[in-house]
Design a protein around this ligand. Structure first.
Ligand SMILES: Nc1ncnc2c1ncn2[C@@H]1O[C@H](COP(=O)(O)OP(=O)(O)OP(=O)(O)O)[C@@H](O)[C@H]1O
Ligand SMILES: [Mg+2]
Length: 153
């Protein structure tokens, strides 16, 4: 496990980080996103989706109500979940994210997932976004050493 902090000056910097992550992820990887409401978690996953090849005309929206969106257009296919409204790990059963992760065919991004790592397992990357200004963010990274090093480069 390696930790690092990156200052993001604007949305383009966040997109660049997401693109770098897209190039470093493998099928079966879990990415957990943390940070206050509006920190940029969904924005980041949207940029990651583009990096993985989801066409611009496919909207990437917050899965707050559906809990899970799948993007088969991505390579590897992308799953985006948001567990903000869940309070108990047992509620994860019907989403079956564990089975998805075990199958190892998707990249799985989970907003507010840190509370559920006992079920989901350890992420390849935990990304915590902190709002430092209107358009500036601080990204706290913790994850697989090779992956974090790639993101710092
Ligand atoms: N540097 C930046 N990085 C990411 N988002 C930014 C940045 N600057 C401004 N923003 C804006 O901040 C907002 C982040 O909203 P977003 O829905 O991604 O937050 P979230 O963390 O997913 O919130 P929630 O917890 O409600 O799901 C977007 O409107 C985005 O355009
Ligand atoms: Mg969100």
């Amino acid at each position: 496990m390696t930790e690092a902090t990156i200052e993001l000056a604007n949305e383009a910097a966040t997109e660049a980080l997401a693109h770098a992550l897209g190039a470093a992820l493998r099928a079966g990887d879990l990415v957990i996103l943390e940070g206050d409401l509006g920190a940029g978690k969904t924005f980041f996953v949207g940029a990651l989706a583009r990096a993985l090849g989801v066409p611009d005309d496919v909207p990437v929206q917050s899965p707050t109500f559906a809990l899970l969106h799948e993007y088969p257009e991505a390579t590897p296919p992308l799953v985006h979940s948001d567990l903000y409204r869940l309070s108990d790990p047992s509620e994860l059963d019907e989403l079956d994210l564990e089975a998805l992760l075990r199958a190892g065919e998707h990249v799985v991004c989970v907003e507010w997932g840190e509370r559920f790592t006992s079920v989901l397992g350890e992420p390849a990357l935990l990304l915590r976004l902190e709002r430092t200004g209107g358009h500036t963010r601080r990204a706290h990274l913790r994850g697989r050493e090779a992956l974090v090093r790639t993101l710092l480069a």
